[in-house]
Design a protein around this ligand. Structure first.
Ligand SMILES: Cc1cc2nc3c(=O)[nH]c(=O)nc-3n(C[C@H](O)[C@H](O)[C@H](O)COP(=O)(O)O)c2cc1C
Length: 121
C-alpha cells in the first residue's frame, strides 16, 4: 500500500514512523499539492485547487527531511513537489529520497527534463 503525505500532516506534527508502521505502508510519497498560498504573489493566487511546482520546493524538502529521519531507511521514499531542474532532483536524492517524481516540471520543460536530470547525476 502506498501513502502520499499531505502537507497538513506536517503542520499537525504527525509522527511519521508511527504512521508508516500503523498503516503497514510499503512505500511513502512526499508530497502532494498544497492548498496553502503563503508567500505567493501571483494574480491567480486565490484560485481554488492544489498548488504545484516551484512554490512547493521548500516545503516539500522540509517534509522530506522529516520523513527520511522518521522511516530510518526501512521503506522507500518517493520525493515529489517542486522538482523543476537537475539541481532540485540531485538535492532530493542527496537528502535521502529513493526515487523522485516529476509532474509540473515535465509540464513546463517536457520530457527533455528527464534526460537533463539523468545526465547530471
Ligand atoms: C493537474 C494535476 C493532477 C494531479 N492528480 C493527482 C492524482 O490524481 N493523484 C495524486 O496522488 N496526485 C496528483 N497530483 C499531484 C502530483 O502527483 C504531485 O504530487 C504534485 O503536483 C507536486 O509535484 P509537482 O510540484 O512536481 O507538480 C496532481 C497534480 C496536478 C498538477
Amino acid at each position: 500500500m502506498d501513502r502520499k503525505i499531505l502537507f497538513y500532516m506536517l503542520e499537525n506534527r504527525l509522527y511519521y514512523k508511527t504512521f508508516c508502521v500503523y498503516f503497514m505502508t510499503t512505500g511513502i510519497i512526499v508530497t502532494n499539492t498544497t492548498l496553502a498560498r503563503d508567500g505567493l504573489r501571483s494574480n491567480q493566487k486565490s484560485e481554488a485547487g492544489g498548488l504545484s511546482g516551484s512554490p512547493l520546493r521548500v516545503r516539500s524538502e522540509a517534509v522530506l527531511r522529516q520523513v527520511v529521519k522518521g522511516v530510518e531507511g526501512r521503506i522507500p521514499i518517493v520525493s515529489v513537489g517542486g522538482i523543476m531542474n537537475p539541481d532540485d532532483a540531485k538535492r532530493r536524492l542527496e537528502m535521502g529520497a529513493t526515487l523522485i517524481q516529476l509532474y509540473t516540471g515535465l509540464v513546463y520543460e517536457g520530457p527533455g527534463l528527464v534526460k537533463k536530470i539523468l545526465l547530471d547525476q
